[in-house]
Structures are given as structure tokens and as C-alpha cells.
Design a protein around this ligand. Structure first.
Ligand code: 1PW
Length: 204
């Protein structure tokens, strides 16, 4: 949850605009440090979704922390994947590569969530969040997690409550959500491309 005067949405959108430039230019490889830092800003959002999503937040935060820790010894995202591939541990539980794939889904879910919020009338987040979860995470989760998330959808804050927690009004929130949608797209594609070019797959 955001403290007084903090603007987490602005911090998120600005961090991703910086990364988007790197992702689009392809001149310099993306580094793990700015990527994991940008992803850590997104944690605040998960924290605003209410008690029912506490476990989702904890899982996301743990994976982002693993990437932050990795950034101390691994400079580029490419080399992070290559190191795991060399050691045959890409799909191992807790590997940096596996955590990156999960975190990438978190970024994607927030993107879809924002798209849905911007195109849906009304004050409820239930439909936008259910749609985003169904599209991005549900295909990769077992029955128990899907049921728990579905139950959590009833305890989401309203859109107005969420904006209040984020210290935004309708207009400023809309502008930052739009910015995040545009900036996160090339970052998500960039990460997926790294998996594809190494034939690591992204559906696991
Ligand atoms: C914004 C609307 C609210 C939607 C809720 C979003 C839910 C996000 C993911 C919830 C994950 C919590 C349960 C943990 C699942 C793990 O098994 C799974 N992690 C993820 C992020 O999918 C796989 O993790 P693993 O096995 O690689 O450690």
C-alpha cells in the first residue's frame, strides 16, 4: 500500500518507459538490475488488492527478490538465462529463469488488468481482474490455486478504493495505466523472445 504522497503508479510507468527504450532499441542488452527494480515497484499494486491476494503478493515478491539478488552477480537478462541453460536448471523450482517467467506473467497480468479497467465501466474490479487472471495465469495454475484466486476476487477493493490507495484520481490513473500498457508490451515481448531464441518455451 502506498504511503502518504507516494505515487506508485507513476513510479511503475516511468520505470517501464525506461526499460521499453532498451527493449525496443536492441542496441544494448537489457540488464537484470533495472528490470528487477521495475518489477519490484509492481509489488505495491499486488499489495493493494486486499487480504485475499496476500499469498499472490508474497509469491511475486519472493520471485522478484530472487531476481534482485541475482542482479548482484549477473549483469544481463540474456546471461541469466544462459547460465541456467548451461547448468541444466532452467525449469528447476526456484531457478532465476523460472522465476523470471513467473514475474513476466505478473507484468502481463497487470497490463491486461489495466486494459480491462480502462475499457470497463463501473466501480468493480472483479470482471477486469478475473479476465486478466483467466488470460494470463489460470492456464498455468492447478485447481486449488484457481479456486483460491476466484474466491479472492470477491474481496477485491473497488476501483475508487484502489485509486485512493494509489494516491491517484481518475485522470492521472488513466494516464499512468495507459503509459504502463504501452511500455510493458515491448518489455514482455523482449523477455519472451529471449526464451524463444533459446527454445526454452514459455508455456510451463
Ligand atoms: C490483479 C488481479 C488479481 C489477480 C491475482 C493474481 C494472482 C497472481 C499469481 C498468484 C500466484 C499465487 C500462488 C502461487 C503459485 C505458484 O505455484 C506459481 N507462481 C506463479 C506466479 O504463477 C508457480 O511458482 P513456482 O512453482 O515456479 O515457484
Amino acid at each position: 500500500m502506498a504511503g502518504d504522497g507516494e505515487k506508485p503508479l507513476r513510479r511503475i510507468s516511468e520505470a517501464f518507459e525506461g526499460l521499453a527504450e532498451t527493449a525496443r532499441s536492441k542496441a544494448t542488452p537489457m540488464e537484470v538490475a533495472p528490470l528487477s527494480l521495475a518489477c519490484s515497484h509492481v509489488s505495491v499494486l499486488f499489495g493493494c488488492l486486499g487480504f485475499a491476494f496476500k499469498f499472490a503478493e508474497m509469491d511475486y515478491v519472493a520471485k522478484v527478490n530472487d531476481l534482485l539478488e541475482a542482479s548482484k552477480s549477473i549483469s544481463t537478462v540474456q546471461s541469466l538465462l544462459d547460465l541456467d541453460a548451461q547448468q541444466n536448471r532452467v525449469r528447476e523450482a526456484g531457478s532465476h529463469t523460472r522465476n523470471l517467467l513467473r514475474v513476466k506473467r505478473g507484468l502481463d497480468m497487470v497490463k491486461v488488468l489495466f486494459e480491462q479497467i480502462l475499457s470497463t465501466e463501473g466501480n468493480s474490479l472483479k470482471d477486469p481482474a478475473s479476465f486478466a487472471y483467466a488470460k494470463v495465469f489460470a492456464p498455468h495454475h492447478g485447481w486449488a490455486v484457481r479456486k483460491a484466486v476466484a474466491a479472492g476476487m470477491y474481496a477485491l477493493p473497488t476501483k475508487a478504493q484502489l485509486l485512493k490507495k494509489l494516491n491517484e484520481d481518475e485522470a492521472s490513473a488513466k494516464s499512468h495505466m495507459q503509459k504502463y500498457i504501452s511500455a510493458s508490451a515491448p518489455v514482455i515481448v523482449y523477455i519472451e523472445e529471449l526464451f524463444h531464441t533459446r527454445e526454452l518455451g514459455i508455456d510451463w
